[in-house]
Design a protein around this ligand. Structure first.
Ligand code: GLC
Length: 756
């Protein structure tokens, strides 16, 4: 052992931090066969005892970070006893080096540890929360964000991120809506692919690429009442039509791992769900990576009540298709007995071990277990100026302009007196949002600092905190009002604390927290031009504000460059281009509310009592999916189809002219939706099928072209076969899901189609 570890210790891998975006060539993608690897891992397996095998199926948290209930903290001892194959919640080149060395020197076979962590939206350089990034609709930047996160995280010894979270979410009461890509299936699939490609890069054997993890499999986002971990009970059609596609998109992109979700699905917890894990993931989809559970979710089956005890929970999980047990330690503790009793076959355990060993092999860890743990490389890599600049670029692209009455924005940099009021003016900690992991929030640039740098020397900045982010203390109101009264304009910086979204952060009331709504009202009463900038992790109900505040900017939690990015937009150095990927409800009472709903048999008619509507609210949302304003104006005209009917192998070209008729250059997200007017089952009123984000200079027009094929029309039909049905369709092209130009076409044939 000594000789081997000495050789390993001498191996130092210097690696550059080259970017490689765009089309990933998928070298060493998980599904590729590699005879040398197969032989290596099978020879190794043959040497392993059952206990050593179960150690490889065990993932324990270090004590560095807490992301769930504490159950085990003698992880170092467990590593040395060969009872652990992977560690999470710890990083740094030094720590991973030292723990890997303990593992290599103290275990019989010296199988390298895998180091995993929630690198969700950046590592040291925190990027906007995933929901914010999705509002950029900029797939290249979203991929860059994940790529940079991987470059930083791998320089700190990490091999595996528990991302992307690909759960479709339509309920803003659920705090984890912050972690995904919003409510839409098509966009969710595109962003899942971009994030997997970003994290895994073009070659898993490079030490600046890492395993990605499609989570939480499956349908975690439909937790009843928006309450985290709550029951999920949806139809098979809804599961396949809405919640499965982003997982399949991640798998098609070569995602290395899946994570099971906490929730039950149709009565069976996903962590013990053989339909999801075996019938679908392995047999139907041919997944060749490994499946890890969520945090203690094997043990939690005893709470769900589909098993009588932890031993049965372990048997159900491994037999359903789970490969690695996060944090419950149940495989180690109970499976030897289960194997003895014949309730679990050792061959099933061997399958799981092989999948995990193959990933370690693909990462190059058997050649050099220390190849990711290099202090010199970390020092050269972390928070490089270009990474910080990239964070600012994506942050400003993620900011949604919701309202801009009388062109209050952009502000003039020579403004005489500008009041910055609110709990987010000088707040640094909360800027990085939920799941910021190793994020260096202390290096985040506050909004105050960003604006101070942006304005001219003639500007006097006035400041008042006004209130805290939550609580009922209004003692700061008086000073805030007085400060506003002295100013030529007021920027009100309000929102949610970083931990009021994310995991275990469901809310029943979606207003701005605490006394912030009253602070807003008091400042608006001064009659000054007020711009409200929100920093939050979910849609909020801001009905009064939407009516009464002249300008509203949805800035989300933007990461370490929040301040400069907000200043870039407020002063017009960047013309906001983001579009909502989640619907903003008027009230919690409307939830769930999303754009691609069904027509119902009694669609809303304001003049008819017996139609689908409320007595006390419109059906329409406050802001719809795809909505976002610009400082300029984009006019849509001249939507043209090259034909008005096609067969199943045909293609229709849609052209539309978009003119920038305003005063500013800008980027526009041109969106194309399709409605299937009649189906063997009811169909949504419209579904996003294509989009293009493009720059159009002021006064310029561009013709945008989309190709429609049968694949855009496919769905799970009445018999659950995937395909298309002949009939009439509508096309909607526009600047959001409501303001659209219409056209129609016919599909002349029905057909089964291969699933994507
Ligand atoms: C948490 C989350 C999951 C995360 C895991 C490890 O409970 O549900 O998203 O990756 O535990 O931190």
């Amino acid at each position: 052992m000594q000789a081997k570890s000495l050789i390993l210790l001498l191996v130092l891998v210097m690696c550059g931090t080259t970017f490689s975006f765009g089309k990933v060539n998928k070298k060493s993608a998980p599904w590729e066969k590699d005879e040398k690897m197969e032989k290596f891992v099978n020879d190794l397996l043959a040497k392993m005892t059952l206990e050593e095998k179960l150690g490889q199926l065990t993932l324990f948290s270090s004590s560095w970070d807490i992301t769930g209930p504490i159950t085990n903290n003698n992880y170092v001892e467990d590593v040395k006893k060969g009872k652990v194959g992977a560690i999470f919640n710890a990083y740094s080149a030094d720590f991973t080096y030292r723990l890997q060395k303990e593992n290599i020197e103290n275990t019989r076979l010296g199988i390298p540890l895998l180091f995993g962590y929630d690198v969700i939206h950046g590592h040291w350089t925190t990027f906007p929360i995933p929901l914010a990034e999705s509002c950029s609709w900029d797939l290249e930047w979203i991929e860059k964000s994940a790529r940079i996160a991987a470059i930083e995280a791998t320089s700190e010894g990490l091999h595996w991120t528990f991302a992307p979270m690909v759960d479709i979410a339509r309920d803003p009461r659920w705090g984890r809506i912050a972690e995904g890509a919003g409510e839409d299936i098509y966009l969710g699939c595109e962003i899942a692919k971009a994030r997997v490609n970003g994290f895994q890069g073009d070659d898993l054997s490079k030490n600046n690429t890492m395993l990605a993890c499609a989570k939480h499999y499956a349908a975690y986002g439909v937790a009843q009442a928006g309450r985290d971990y709550s029951t999920v009970d949806i139809s098979n059609r809804e599961l396949w039509g809405t919640y499965m596609p982003p997982f399949k998109a991640a798998l098609n992109a070569g995602v290395a791992t899946f994570m099971t979700s906490f929730n039950e699905l149709d009565g069976t917890p996903c962590t013990g769900n053989d339909y999801l894990l075996d019938d679908v993931l392995r047999k139907k989809w041919g997944f060749d990576g490994f499946v890890v559970t969520d945090y203690t979710s094997i043990m939690e089956m005893t709470e769900h009540g589909n098993v009588k005890d932890k031993k049965e929970a372990g048997e159900v999980a491994i037999n359903a298709g789970v490969d690695m047990d996060m944090q419950s330690g149940i495989f180690n503790d109970y499976l030897p007995k289960s194997v003895e009793e014949g309730k679990v076959l050792e061959s099933r355990i061997d399958q799981a071990v092989i999948q995990i060993l193959k990933m370690k092999y693909r990462l190059g860890l058997f050649e050099d277990p220390f190849r990711y743990s290099n202090v010199k490389r970390a020092k050269k890599t972390l928070m490089k100026p270009e990474f910080i600049e990239a964070s600012r670029e994506l942050a400003k692209r993620s900011i949604v302009l919701l309202k801009n009455e009388n062109q209050v924005l952009p502000l003039n940099k020579d403004i005489k007196k500008l009041a910055l009021i609110g709990p987010y003016v000088k707040n640094r900690r909360d800027l990085v949002g939920t799941w910021s992991g190793a994020g260096k929030w202390e290096k985040a640039v506050t909004v105050y600092e960003g604006i101070e740098k942006a304005v001219s020397k003639n500007t006097e900045i006035l400041y008042a905190e006004g209130s805290k982010l939550f609580g009922d203390d209004k003692s700061g109101f008086e000073k805030a009002i007085a400060t506003a009264e002295k100013a030529d304009a007021v920027v009100l910086l309000v929102g949610e604390p970083h931990d009021w979204s994310g995991e275990a952060a469901s809310r029943t009331n979606l207003e701005l927290p605490g006394v912030q709504p009253e602070l807003v009202k008091e400042i608006v009463k001064t009659g000054k031009p007020v711009i409200m900038v929100m920093m939050n992790g979910r849609p909020l109900t801001i009905d009064w504000e939407a009516e009464n505040v002249p300008a509203i900017v949805e800035a989300w939690h933007l990461g370490v460059q929040a301040g400069p990015a907000i200043a870039d937009v407020l002063f017009g150095d960047y013309n906001p281009s983001a579009k909502l990927t989640v619907t903003f409800p008027r009230s919690v009472g409307q939830i769930p509310i999303y754009y691609n709903m069904k027509h119902t048999g009694r669609p809303m008619d304001p003049n008819q009592k017996f139609t689908s509507k409320y007595l006390d609210s419109p059906n329409t949302p406050l802001y719809p999916f795809g909505y976002g304003l610009s400082y300029t104006k984009f006019d849509y005209s001249n939507i043209q189809l090259d034909k008005t009917s096609m067969g199943v192998n045909g293609q229709i070209t849609v052209k539309v002219t978009v003119t920038n008729s305003g005063k500013y250059d800008g980027e526009e997200v041109v969106q194309l939706y399709i409605q299937d007017l009649v189906g063997s089952v009811t169909r949504p009123v419209k579904e996003l099928k294509h989009f293009e984000k493009l720059f159009i200079a002021k006064g310029e027009s561009k013709v945008i072209e989309f190709k429609i094929t049968a694949e855009d029309l496919a769905f799970y039909r009445k018999d659950m076969s995937y395909g298309v049905e002949a009939g009439d369709f509508k096309i909607f092209v526009g600047t959001n899901s409501v303001d659209v130009k219409e056209a129609s076409f016919r599909l002349t044939q029905s057909s089964i189609l291969p699933e994507k």
